[in-house]
Design a protein around this ligand. Structure first.
Ligand SMILES: CC(C)(COP(=O)(O)OP(=O)(O)OC[C@H]1O[C@@H](n2cnc3c(N)ncnc32)[C@H](O)[C@@H]1OP(=O)(O)O)[C@@H](O)C(=O)NCCC(=O)NCCS
Length: 351
């Protein structure tokens, strides 16, 4: 991890200065995580923060894909607000991703703004012009008043570029239901086949799998966001596999193969070590192969494997753009139910 951030004094705060996180200081990262988790969970029933171990691995690991920075602000010596920044290095090289969290008891006194100002300095140092932030917390059947995160993002001059919905699938799905869905779908993709792996992509699938992962931004709806395809190659993929393993997460991949053997779709489920939930990551079927129920088949096959191997897990979580009608239809057939909105905010780096 590289942190070039020097402490930045803030005139309106008696003890407000920003300092970089030392990710190898166990006590400091535990305090950092406690603030991050408390802020993320505050007032929310559907938060899914990183565990301390996952956060530590992320911050202690360097990545070819992104520079990772984390910093914090103290009040009376204790950490009161934290921020994580990801700076893409292989693609989207005009952008950065910022996550700011302030402990509930320290809000509305400028700490979030102070952390944002510091992130803006780092952005400019790296020549980044476009700022991205995720804001979660509004329940689908909750009040329409802006959440603190939405009001804060607007105060930074960001605009809402895409609305996603978190859906949850209660586990286990009855095996008879999965078999029924599998059989119904199979009638529409005769000649196609499926392959699966856990964690380590087989060498023979590596190039095709990286190609599919690289297409996610152009093949899934991006709304009003300006974003380009990510670059996935062998180095980045193998690195991500090592990092996932170190963080205790297990990735299950199911891929669809066309009659000519080419890879035309994929689905990833990720099982964290400590969390009762499972994450749905990528799902993609290439445009020329849509309409064959491959998306449903991929999901059904992967859910069947994962719930069998992890009978203690209670749900799968997925995040889809509200405009992604095809993916949402597949999810609802499987039994996913909407729980919470997540906004993707984007705009110029604040001055
Ligand atoms: C969003 C968050 C980081 C704001 O932290 P904060 O320290 O309270 O923010 P600031 O005091 O710097 O607020 C800056 C401005 O944002 C807006 N704002 C922040 N919280 C608000 C709220 N609850 N209601 C209305 N406006 C709010 C206001 O315009 C505020 O300026 P003002 O106090 O002069 O009116 C904090 O509420 C939080 O941790 N939320 C959960 C995580 C999250 O949603 N992060 C957003 C990532 S973009």
């Amino acid at each position: 991890m590289s942190t070039t951030a020097a402490p930045v004094p803030h005139p309106s705060l008696p003890d407000g200065e920003v300092e970089p996180l030392d990710p190898f200081d166990d006590a400091q990262i535990a305090e950092f995580h406690a603030v991050y988790e408390a802020a993320d969970r505050y007032g929310r029933r559907f938060a899914c923060p990183f565990s301390l171990h996952e956060l530590a691995i992320t911050q202690r690991t360097t990545s070819v894909g992104e520079e990772r920075l984390a910093f914090l602000v103290r009040v009376d010596g204790a950490i009161a607000g934290v921020a994580g920044v990801e700076v893409p290095l292989l693609d989207n090289t005009d952008q950065l991703f910022v996550d700011i969290q302030v402990a509930p008891q320290h809000r509305r006194r400028g700490l979030g703004t102070l952390l944002a100002q510091h992130a803006a300095v780092l952005a400019r140092e790296r020549g980044r012009a476009v700022w991205n932030g995720w804001v979660a917390g509004r329940e689908v059947d909750g009040p329409e008043t802006p959440t603190p995160g939405e009001a804060f993002a607007a105060s930074l001059g960001l605009r809402l570029g895409r609305v996603d919905v978190q859906r949850r699938l209660p586990l286990p799905v009855p095996s008879a239901r999965l078999e029924e869905l599998r059989c119904t779908a199979a009638r529409q993709h005769e000649g196609y086949s499926f392959d699966t792996w856990v964690d380590h992509c087989p060498d023979e699938h590596l190039a095709a799998y990286c190609r599919l992962k690289s297409l996610m931004n152009s093949e899934a709806p991006v709304g009003e966001l300006e974003v380009e395809d990510e670059v996935w190659d062998e180095t980045r993929l193998r690195e991500s596999e090592r990092e996932l393993g170190a963080s205790g997460r297990i990735r299950y991949v199911c891929v669809a193969l066309a009659p000519d053997g080419s890879m035309v779709g994929h689905n990833e489920l990720v099982v964290p070590a400590e969390d009762p939930g499972i994450y749905q990551w990528d799902t993609l079927v290439l445009p020329a192969h849509r309409g064959h129920r491959l998306g449903l088949a991929l999901k059904v096959a992967n859910v069947a494997v994962v719930q069998d191997r992890h009978p203690d897990r209670t749900s799968v979580r997925t995040f889809n753009a509200v405009s992604n009608t095809a993916m949402i239809a597949v999810n609802e057939v499987l039994g996913f139910v909407p729980v919470e909105y997540q906004g993707e905010w984007q705009g110029p780096v604040p001055v």
